[in-house]
Design a protein around this ligand. Structure first.
Ligand SMILES: [Zn+2]
Length: 66
C-alpha cells in the first residue's frame, strides 16, 4: 500500500506512515482511504437494515390490502 496523504496546508504529499507533514510539520488529516472505507461500511449496514425492514414489513402488513 503506497497511498499518500496530501498536507492541507502546503499540499506536500506525505507517506502514509507519519502523523506530521514532512515539509511543514503540521498534523496530517486522517487517511482518506480509511475514511472512505468507513463510509462504505456504514452505507452497507444501512442497505442491510433497509432490506431487513422491507422484509419485515412484507410479512407484517396485511396482504388483502386491496
Ligand atoms: Zn505541509
Amino acid at each position: 500500500m503506497n497511498a499518500v496523504r496530501v498536507c492541507l496546508y502546503c499540499q506536500h504529499p506525505n507517506a502514509v506512515d507519519g502523523e506530521q507533514c514532512e515539509r511543514c510539520s503540521m498534523a496530517l488529516p486522517a487517511c482518506e482511504a480509511s475514511v472512505q472505507a468507513r463510509k462504505l461500511k456504514r452505507f452497507q449496514w444501512f442497505c442491510l437494515g433497509l432490506t431487513l425492514f422491507c422484509i419485515v414489513m412484507f410479512f407484517w402488513l396485511p396482504r388483502d390490502f386491496y
